[in-house]
Design a protein around this ligand. Structure first.
Ligand code: COA
Length: 433
């Protein structure tokens, strides 16, 4: 059996008393030299008190909230290396600065406790720094270390300790919530968001709980990521599709027997493919610091199905005629509604269209389908009085809402892209140029 030794709080620099804010070991634990035993906090800094040697903790003599000063017995240690002379007191690598926002950061001493003696320590090395946001969080060095190991940004963790201090249990709770996909925390971990509101809805009236469909769960997670990670801007414009609509109706009459119904979607795809060729940065994806420009034009379209939203893709839309595109979108939309799309049907898209025109609305903000960089939202075309230079004329105007990733596309380029789409839809002969 090793010698029973008292471990004292060492010289803690300028502070007479400090608060014990964390106990990092318990009776029965085996500790090694330099392992942190407790964390103390002054009004300026937090410090971890390391063990002066190896041994087994026999008894704790302090608890959280105690005020301690130099010489206070922290714990009793049965030293396994007692026979050997203790190594000279060596400061711990670093102690994190005070974390409370706005508090002055003190260059704190890094104490080393001692057996039976109370040494004075050399000044501490420079404090370790975390990321700017984490640094403002109120947490002890061990909690910071713990959160770093888990890759958790403390800025997003809600502290439940005294004065809002973040405890190890808070980090664990945060991680559990993130793993469980408990509303906002996972996605908002780096955004310092409030936890998702918990409301007992049944308290206010009868409710029915339905599980989300598999598609809703998958697409919801994708939409949420895309919405928060991509700086979206939406450029709105209107295309005069009066002539195009007349042509479409005519075309459908002629093709009635062929069984191919042409909707505006086919023209939107064709026009988009032409515009994408003119503005290649819209047919691209970010890859770190590089922009990958694709030389194929695969256009996805959002399809509303009973189970949620899916995005089948028409491959090589630039090389296909209107009838071929219409045939393909009809087949893909039917497969989508029946839940029969194959993974390949939804892969390889370079740009997307979300057409709500068959339903209604004026303009909306479509969410970009990452890793694409733009998406065209189309609302219901409506007859409008349009000034032709001499008089107001009734024209069928289709609202176009182009959302773009502002990291890749400038606002001016988006406005030009939309203007080109407007010109192409106003006169589809331009797609031949
Ligand atoms: N303005 C006016 N009418 C429009 C229109 C527009 N922008 N777009 C389509 N229409 C018309 C069509 O021409 C058709 O009219 P018709 O029967 O007289 O020929 C009618 O609306 C119905 O068209 P629809 O069945 O919707 O076909 P579509 O090819 O336009 O769209 C889908 C196919 C799959 C895109 C569509 O059914 C769908 O699911 N849309 C919802 C997409 C969605 O949910 N987006 C939201 C993502 S956040």
């Amino acid at each position: 059996m090793g010698a029973i030794k008292e471990v004292f709080l060492p010289d803690i620099g300028d502070f007479k008393t400090v608060d014990v804010i964390e106990i990092l070991v318990k009776a029965g634990d085996t500790v090694v030299a330099e392992q942190s035993l407790i964390t103390v906090e002054s009004d300026k800094a937090t410090m971890e008190i390391p063990s002066p040697g190896t041994g087994v903790v026999k008894e704790l003599r302090v608890k959280i909230g105690d005020k301690v000063s130099q010489g206070t017995v922290i714990l009793i240690l049965e030293a396994s290396d007692a026979a050997a002379p203790l190594p000279p007191a060596a400061p711990k690598a670093a102690s994190a600065p005070m974390e409370r926002p706005g508090a002055p950061i003190a260059a704190s001493s890094v104490p080393t406790p001692a057996f039976d003696s109370v040494p004075t320590l050399p000044p501490a090395p420079a404090p370790a720094t975390d990321s700017a946001t984490s640094n403002t969080a109120h947490a002890s060095p061990s909690v910071r270390k713990f959160s770093r190991e888990l890759g958790v940004d403390l800025a997003g963790v809600v502290g439940t300790g005294p004065k809002g201090r973040i405890l190890q249990t808070d980090v664990q709770t945060h991680v559990k919530a993130a793993m469980a996909g408990d509303g906002a925390p996972a996605i908002g971990a780096g955004f310092n968001l409030l936890p998702w509101p918990k409301v007992d809805f049944a308290k206010f009236g009868p409710i029915e709980t339905q599980p989300l469909s598999r598609i809703k769960k998958i697409s919801g997670a994708n939409l949420a990521r895309n919405w928060v990670m991509i700086p979206h801007v939406t450029n709105n414009d209107e295309a005069d599709i009066t002539e195009l609509e007349a042509f479409r109706v005519q075309l459908n009459k002629e093709n009635e027997k062929a069984g191919v119904k042409v909707t505006l979607l086919a023209f939107l795809m064709k026009a988009s493919a032409v515009a994408l060729k003119r503005y290649p940065e819209f047919n691209a994806s970010l890859d770190g610091d590089n922009l990958v420009l694709k030389q194929y034009y695969n256009i996805g379209f959002a399809a509303d199905t009973p189970n949620g939203l899916v995005v089948p893709v028409v491959k090589d839309a630039d090389r296909k005629g209107i009838l071929e595109i219409a045939r393909e979108t009809t087949t893909l939309a039917a497969a989508a509604r029946e839940g029969k799309l194959k993974p390949a049907d939804m892969q390889g898209g370079t740009f997307s269209i979300s057409s709500l025109g068959g339903i209604g609305g004026t303009h909306f903000t479509p969410i970009i389908n990452a890793p694409e960089v733009a998406i065209l939202g189309v609302s219901k075309a409506a007859m409008q009085p349009v000034w032709d230079g001499k008089q107001f004329a009734p024209r069928l105007m289709a609202p176009l809402s182009l959302s773009f990733d502002h990291r890749v596309v400038d606002g001016a380029a988006a406005a030009r892209f939309n203007v080109v789409l407007v010109q192409l839809l106003a006169d589809m002969r331009r797609t031949l140029l």
